[in-house]
Design a protein. Structure first.
Length: 356
């Protein structure tokens, strides 16, 4: 899973990236500090994985991971080449979801390129540039489809009809993801605004409730998720060892870190969940789409597992956490044998059998 961190310059993207990844990307008070995208791979925090490790005592524990990409700040006119323009947009095309950082903090020492703090204006600027880039992309695709459709190609005619439907949505100022067409058809156009978006408000240490409420309202209007955090505090948390971190969170009254909340929200907007494999050699978490059937889940481990899938032995994390031994689960009939149609659930522990 790859998440692109985007926003206007000087909204705290690189500071947030550093907090989420414990990296050291340059963060300065001028636009375009980030030229080439910074990349950080972060393990997904999952208490269930820790518990499975305690139970199985494996040689190795491997969490699922998220790849964060800190993309250069976008400015008005990016779709026509302003700022880093097309380079910025090309980086966004490669990610699975967009984390849009919106400035909700007031600091006279950090210049706001658009003036004062105004989340509605800032979001509108970014969305407009992404929509304009998508419209330009559709025009190019339309030219290619038109000739084929005119010659009588049925698939091209249908694709052209879908393209026009998406274009009408974009022309109205709405993102492509709000277009009610087949999701696979929409995905085939590879549009920036078809990607799921998570709005993250970067607040002062004491958040302004008016600005927080405004961001929530703006996200709801767009059918999106929003959360708020203070990247300065998250940066401090990321530098602490586990014991210091626990004490700090308790003293600050913080139940979960920004990283944990961002990843949970990202899983939700992308429709993802986790299953586990567990044994003496390794305990590991695997990320799959919600609704994936057993062969597809096995294929995440290795394509041969999907091709030669025979069956899966499955039990729930809750059952192993309660009974501690697989032998007890077998005695109680809690380990099931599932076939090709089984939909793997979040928290399942699976062992796949396949033929070479």
């Amino acid at each position: 899973m790859e998440i692109g961190i985007v926003g206007l310059p000087n909204v705290g993207k690189s500071t947030l990236f550093n907090a989420l990844t414990s990296a050291n990307a340059q963060a300065s008070n001028y636009p375009f500090t980030t030229i080439e995208p910074n990349v950080g791979i972060v393990p997904v925090p999952d208490l269930r994985l820790q518990r499975l490790t305690e139970i199985f005592k494996p040689k190795k524990t491997t969490p699922a991971s998220v790849r964060f990409v800190d993309i250069a700040g976008l400015v008005k006119g990016a779709s026509s080449g302003e700022g880093l323009g097309n380079k910025f947009l090309s980086h966004i095309r490669e990610v699975d979801a967009i984390l849009m950082v919106v400035r909700l903090f007031k600091d006279s020492n950090v210049t706001h390129v658009m003036g004062g703090v105004d989340p509605e204006r800032d979001i509108s600027v970014i969305e407009t540039e992404l929509i304009l880039a998508d419209l330009a992309s559709l025009e190019k695709q339309k030219e290619k489809l038109f000739g084929k459709a005119k010659s009588g190609d049925k698939e091209s005619r249908e694709a052209l009809e879908s393209l026009e439907a998406v274009k009408a949505v974009l022309d109205s100022g709405r993102p492509a993801r709000s277009c009610e067409i087949n999701p696979k058809v929409l995905a085939s156009f590879s549009l920036l605004t078809s990607k799921p978006v998570l709005f993250v408000g970067n607040t002062d240490e004491v958040p302004d409730p008016v600005l927080v409420a405004k961001l929530d309202e703006l996200a709801k209007k767009r059918g999106a998720r929003a959360l708020t955090l203070c990247s300065k505090i998250e940066s401090e948390i990321s530098q602490l060892n586990p014991e210091e971190r626990e004490t700090f969170l308790s003293e600050m009254g913080i139940k979960t870190t920004g990283l944990e909340r961002v990843i949970v929200a990202a899983y939700e907007i992308l429709g993802l969940c986790s299953y586990f494999t567990a044994g003496e050699d390794e305990v590991r978490a695997w990320t799959i789409p919600v609704g994936a059937r057993a062969p597809q889940a096995a294929g995440v481990i290795h394509s041969d597992f999907e091709k030669g899938f025979i069956r899966a032995e499955v039990y729930s994390f809750k059952d192993i956490a309660a009974h501690l031994k697989e032998s007890v689960l077998r005695e109680k009939g809690l380990i099931r044998s599932e076939g090709k149609d089984y939909v793997v659930k979040d928290g399942d522990v699976c062992f796949f059998k396949f033929s070479n």
